[in-house]
Ligand binder design. Structure first.
Ligand code: PEP
Ligand code: MN
Length: 349
């Protein structure tokens, strides 16, 4: 932490800051410039916060140098992590393709979507049994019945399941059946829910809040990590901007920014970013090129009848085109298909 004194600060003002810092066990290094004095603080940052240094006479500004998040920061964990989901890695060496329906609507629809996903090369199946809908009149998901369908489709296809949980009270039942718990954009700052999934023992896919800064998103991840769960994968799914042409604006720069500041893996959701199927393949290519650790994409056997997000669901030629991109582009940026890496949890990183 660095304290910048105002140009008119007196020696007494500087001495007061030093005294307060040393009083909580910290060290203060004073550096006098021609116009200003700056004081570098070393020690426990939380105890410095309690000093309210900004309120002292002669203090112009206080800057923090280290990240406000600790467990998910790359500052003390320099190598990027791999998170294993039912034997499938998500991390820096592989490229993981997750696909499936937005919502679980029926056993047949989910199985058909899972077969489509698997044929396109996906190694994890997505699908919501609990849907966080903007409208209370929209389809809210099948709940426990949806989880049972997902479990039976996993049995049939071998694809581990990523599914959303929207209420802390549902975490035990979802965690019992799912391989990975998804926290959606609308719940990124639901701190009780974050703590509950942090205690669940299951890997978590944490989507970026649609109005969240990257720092707020990483602080949300810190809530999960603080409860003992470091198996967190971040998902950039577009943020809200003035642009109306797409449902959200995919913040592709979030991928390298996160990778520079956090050791957690980060994937991209081009479907919920665009809200339009014609943009899913180009945005997926962009995600691969920018260095994302994977993508999560909506597919549906009959988008016209989908109960949720039909306009962004892929099938047919579009899905084949995505499959081509996922097969050919990751090797060009030094990644292998996640399905070719070891599927044993014993190699957990
Ligand atoms: C979803 O993935 O089904 C979903 C609702 O996404 P988001 O939270 O990003 O809107
Ligand atoms: Mn959706």
């Amino acid at each position: 932490m660095v304290v910048v004194m105002t140009p008119d600060a007196t020696d007494e003002n500087v001495a007061t800051v030093v005294e307060k810092v040393e009083g909580v066990g910290g060290e203060a290094f004073v550096s006098k410039g021609v116009v200003r004095t700056i004081i570098g603080l070393v020690g426990d940052i939380e105890s410095f916060h309690h000093l309210n240094l900004r309120t002292l006479p002669g203090v112009g500004d206080v800057h923090r140098i280290s990240d406000p998040y600790k467990l998910v920061s790359r500052q003390h964990h320099t190598t990027r992590s791999t998170v294993w989901v039912g034997g499938v890695p998500i991390g820096p060496d592989s490229f993981t393709f997750i696909a499936g329906p937005c919502a679980v609507e029926s056993a047949q629809q989910t199985l058909d979507a899972a077969e489509m996903a698997r044929a396109a090369g996906a190694t994890l199946l997505r699908g919501g049994a609990y849907k966080p809908r903007t409208s209370p009149y929209a389809f809210q998901g099948l709940g426990v019945k949806g989880l049972e369908i997902l479990a039976s489709v996993r049995e049939r296809t071998g694809l581990p399941i990523v599914t959303e949980v929207v209420d802390a009270r549902d975490v035990p039942v979802v965690a019992e059946l799912a391989d990975m718990l998804q926290i959606g954009t609308r719940n990124m700052a639901n701190f009780g829910l974050l703590q509950a999934v942090g205690k669940s023992g299951k890997p978590v896919l944490l989507k970026r809040g649609m109005t969240a800064t990257i720092e707020e998103w990483l602080m949300a991840a810190e809530y999960i990590a603080q409860r003992g769960n470091l198996d967190v994968v971040l998902c950039e799914r577009g943020i809200r901007t003035f642009e109306q042409a797409t449902r959200n604006t995919l913040d592709i720069s979030a991928v390298p920014v996160v990778q520079a500041t956090s050791h957690l893996p980060i994937i991209v959701d081009p479907s919920h970013a665009a809200g339009r199927k014609d943009l899913v393949v180009p945005l997926s290519r962009a995600a691969i090129a920018v260095g994302a650790d994977g993508i999560i994409v909506d597919v549906h056997p009959d988008p016209a009848t989908a109960l949720c997000d039909g306009p962004q669901a892929l099938l047919g030629a579009d899905l084949r085109s995505l499959a081509q991109a996922v097969r050919h582009l990751p090797p060009a940026v030094g990644r292998v298909d996640a399905s070719t890496l070891s599927r044993t949890q014993s190699s957990k990183a």
